[in-house]
Design a protein around this ligand. Sequence first.
Ligand SMILES: [Zn+2]
Ligand SMILES: [Zn+2]
Length: 359
Amino acid sequence: MTLSSYAVELSDLRMRAAMFYGPNNLVVEEKKMTYDKNDVVLKVDVCAVCGYDSRVYRNGHKKVKPPLVLGHEICGTILTEINTDYGVIRSGTRVAVSPVIPCLSCKLCFKHQYNLCNNLREIGSTVDGGFAEYVKIPQQIIKIGGLVEVPDNLKSEEAALLEPLACCLNGFSHLKKVGPESTVLIIGDGPIGLLHLQISKKLYHAKTAVVGKIPSRIQRAKAIGADEVFMFDDGTARQVMSFTDGHGADLVIVATSSPDALGFATKVAAKNSNINIFSGFPNDNRFSIDPNWLHYNQVSITGSFSSTPEMLQKAARLASDGKIDLSKIISHRYSLDNITQAILDTSEFHGLRVVIDRF
Ligand SMILES: [Zn+2]
Ligand SMILES: [Zn+2]
């Protein structure tokens, strides 16, 4: 079947989708999908709810122009065979999706840093995403290898979490050296904090602690293998200093959108350490820092955002090999009709990752 006949055949595809019309206004309704011959259409099997989705639901976001379908942590099935530069993907193949849509013509795209593209568009943020029966995949994603085949031994709900795992791997790839001698402090006990924890312990064998605010999540962090866990309060900085023999942590990963985390990170970072701001924050957050503290202690503060297809492929290998267990991160499963509840669970920190697995 050619792409054009495929396009004609599916041009009046109707589907159910969760339409975001603005803050606190999400409606599940029938929607017509429009697309051209360059688009590939996936049937969505599972789409996970990211903290980003819950922030957009509550407050909107400057990137998001409603009406729009949110959702970027997607496992879907290819409806028709696709020829790519990386080989043929047969119809019926399950794929994880890299949601970044690069322009392929800016300086960063030439360097394959597609997540930083100067003209970046994103599935579930600037174009319709995965909280729907079907999602359209622009040709740029196919070109950069952004559809990654899901290994047979991974469930579709695990495959939906390959995208956030890829983002965490991207974060680690920009850090100063990390290894068995390092102490790592993860601020945030949510799904992203616990993915960082697995990477830190299983891939780098670092001495790792997690700071959080939700007792059940803190217990989960301990069960997953944290060397120490701390409930966040006025005494936590002192406890972290004692955990690190008075030096502070070599790597501090901010995996929460709580503004408290930034000032706290500067209290527990060691000399020559790296603080990575992994999470996005609510709009208009600012935090101040003493430049002399950075200078005299040789501290680096970095950020990391999203991921590249290369990281998504690496995520698939690590999950398939059992090095990272994504099933430990999933707590609730909902149908698309209950998407608002799924998003509220996420924003109210009930459980861990919530997935939409019935459409
Ligand atoms: Zn996400
Ligand atoms: Zn670009």
